[in-house]
Ligand binder design. Structure first.
Ligand code: PRP
Ligand code: MN
Ligand code: MG
Length: 184
């Protein structure tokens, strides 16, 4: 096991529950896209783990592409204005596209991404996210596949970082407040 040290407060979703859920989502996606040519679009870097496990759990033949985006705006507050750091390699016109995300928090990243990709005229555009926070439920985004609705806590692991660390944990955990300068 990886050494949690004193940084992790607790394990929110253990590895076996994550993997069970991924298989469940994959079964739904297999059924929904049967006979169609599916393009998975992973959002770097958080979605790397979900993408890798989900893609391997699918029986459908899929293609994979990646986008890297960054929120403009100062400090910790997301402005909803997003900059493309890496665009898709290929044109998605007429393609069945499924965006793969690790988490929807405020929903700002995804609302921007959905309208950006929609403007490229895909045949269909849906979203699969492993985690969703309460704030995201209030946004207009229609999310087809959700792994877990989680409480509004600072989570890391399985792709999710704090200052680029903890992404390689095989589970999702909550970070101890002292790590990010929170209260006791
Ligand atoms: C995180 C996460 C989502 C986004 C969700 O990415 O992976 O992509 O924030 O936040 P929102 O719903 O409030 O927009 P981040 O920008 O930290 O980049 P990363 O994936 O490289 O960690
Ligand atoms: Mn991300
Ligand atoms: Mg991040």
């Amino acid at each position: 096991d990886k050494d949690l040290g004193a940084d992790l407060a607790n394990v929110l979703i253990p590895e076996d529950r994550l993997q069970d859920k991924i298989r469940e989502l994959a079964a739904q996606i297999d059924a929904d896209y049967e006979g169609r040519d599916l393009l998975l679009v992973g959002v770097l870097k958080g979605a790397v783990m979900v993408m890798a496990d989900l893609a391997r759990a699918l029986h459908l033949p899929v293609s994979m592409d990646w986008m890297a985006v960054s929120s403009y705006g100062s400090g910790t507050k997301s402005s909803g204005v997003v900059r493309i750091l890496k665009d898709l390699d290929a044109d998605i016109t007429g393609r069945h596209v499924l965006i793969v995300e690790d988490i929807i928090d405020s929903g700002l990243t995804l609302s921007w991404l959905v309208s950006n990709l929609q403007s490229r005229n895909p045949a269909s555009l849906e979203i699969c996210t492993l985690l969703r926070k309460p704030e995201a439920v209030k946004t207009e985004i229609d999310v087809r596949y959700v792994g877990f609705d989680i409480p509004n806590e600072f989570v890391v692991g399985y792709g999710l970082d704090y200052a680029e660390k903890y992404r390689n944990l095989p589970f999702v955990g909550t970070l101890a407040p002292h790590v990010y300068g929170g209260g006791a």
